[in-house]
Design a protein around this ligand. Structure first.
Ligand code: PLP
Length: 430
């Protein structure tokens, strides 16, 4: 595979943009310039074609450039756009759908990114409880803002320690965010007790997909719900990845645990920019979109016709077609195919996943939290994904990254991917 045109264009990109990319995590070797995306496939500037499992970090539940969604967006733009006052019919229709499907959503507000949604959820929780501290989990990602940008992909010696994600963060914000271990209820309980009456909210990815796929152990999410109830803490499920990808009612519907607030984005609109915060009416009414509300909520582009029309269309597809049935079946096929290959080749591994999400950790047991992932062979993990890329299978060549299957993937892509995986692993094993 050649990347000459990508390399040439990347030199141009670097002249005008620091590092030539517009999100830090995009700065990976080789620097690909993408030109086309369709269904399960993406194409780079050299004409290389890839089956896409990266799915732009998760939005593409239906696949790239879905004609139904695109047409709905074009149709909407033929008659409407953005007003900066009042409400659009599209906003009402989308809000109705979300409140119908998502258990925790009695009311909903739209914004433009997952980071905005988590920011608003935390600010609301602080206003409701009149407390300041926040609990998050090591390895979970909730966006780039100061409240949450700590202890994500920490180096092993920094697990659970004070590990800010960025220079320039407010010291106070870092210190008011406490870090717990996923799947460890005792740790959460003792953190709450040693910060008695000070914890406003607990935010969690119900499945931490930002480190691949760590499943909540039976009773863990229920236990968090109970602890939050006992201590007057607002429980926030950050379903920016899991929401709509795992069920039209989000993962909370599958788990049977209802948080107080939910943040959503990504698969909500199949790649178009929109996000949401939803939750109990008694809390949502505190936002100052409601007369008398005292928690500020604003945004010039909130509820833009592009995002709302795309989201309505995406949810309509989920309502009317077997989207989840399809991606769950292919996810299971991928995982069982992977297990067979890894067993045949006698490679120490754990195939993880849920529904359309999968990954293979190169370690001998099921990881239950971030610390366990120290046992994953990161060098092998990245080399494996890079070798697959050379065969036209796009999985982000980065440690702990997950893969996504969309409604556009078919048995053909899964079979071909499994063939390539067996070839690559056989060579790598030597
Ligand atoms: N929450 C989770 C679970 C995420 O994975 C992300 C982004 O990857 C965010 C929040 C932030 O979303 P955005 O990148 O749209 O700001």
């Amino acid at each position: 595979m050649e990347f000459k045109e990508s390399a040439r264009l990347y030199e141009e990109a670097k002249k005008y943009t620091p590092g030539g990319v517009h999100t830090s995590i995009r700065n990976l070797e080789p620097h690909l310039i993408f030109k086309k995306a369709e269904g399960a496939y993406i194409y780079d500037a050299d004409g290389n074609k890839y089956i896409d499992y990266q799915g732009a970090f998760g939005p593409y539940i239906l696949g790239h450039n879905n004609p139904y969604v695109n047409n709905k967006v074009i149709e909407a733009l033929g008659r409407t756009d953005l007003y900066g006052t009042g409400t659009t019919d599209l906003e009402i229709e989308l809000a109705q759908k979300i409140c119908k499907h998502v258990p925790s959503a009695e009311q909903v507000l739209f914004c433009n990114s997952g980071s905005e949604a988590t920011f608003h959820a935390i600010r609301l929780a602080r206003a409701v409880t009149k407390r300041v501290k926040l609990i998050k989990f090591q390895g979970c990602y909730h966006g780039w803002h100061d409240y949450v940008a700590r202890n994500m992909l920490s180096s092993w010696d920094m697990i659970g320690k004070r590990d800010p994600g960025s220079a320039g963060m407010m010291e106070e914000a870092i210190d008011n965010t406490l870090v717990c271990t996923f799947n460890d209820l005792e740790d959460v309980e003792s953190t709450i007790k040693s910060n008695d009456g000070e914890v406003a909210a607990l935010i969690i990815e119900p499945i931490p997909h930002n480190i691949g796929c760590i499943m909540p152990q039976p009773g863990f999410l229920e236990g968090l719900r109970k602890l939050c109830d006992e201590h007057g803490i607002i429980l926030i499920f950050d379903e920016v990845i899991t929401g709509f990808r795992h069920d039209i009612g989000c993962y909370q519907k599958v788990a049977g645990v209802t948080p107080d607030l939910t943040t959503m984005g990504k698969a909500m609109a199949n790649g178009f920019p929109i996000a949401a915060i939803a939750g109990k009416k008694q809390y949502m009414q505190r936002f100052n979109t409601q007369p008398g509300g005292d928690v500020w909520f604003a945004g010039t582009y909130n509820g833009h016709a592009v995002g709302t029309a795309a989201s309505i269309a995406t949810l309509e597809m989920m309502e009317n077609e077997p989207v989840h049935e399809h991606v769950f079946r292919l996810g299971e096929k991928m995982r069982s195919g992977l297990r067979d290959i890894l067993k045949r080749l006698d490679i120490e591994s754990y195939v993880a996943g849920f529904g359309s999400v999968f990954t293979t950790y190169f370690m001998g047991f099921e990881p239950k939290n971030y610390s366990d992932l120290q046992h994953n062979d990161a060098v092998f993990y990245v080399a494996y994904r890079r070798a697959l890329m050379e065969k036209g299978i796009f999985k982000l060549p980065m440690n702990m990254k997950r893969n996504h299957i969309s409604y556009s993937h078919t048995d053909k892509e899964i079979d071909y991917t499994l063939e390539c995986i067996e070839d690559v692993l056989r060579v790598m094993k030597g």
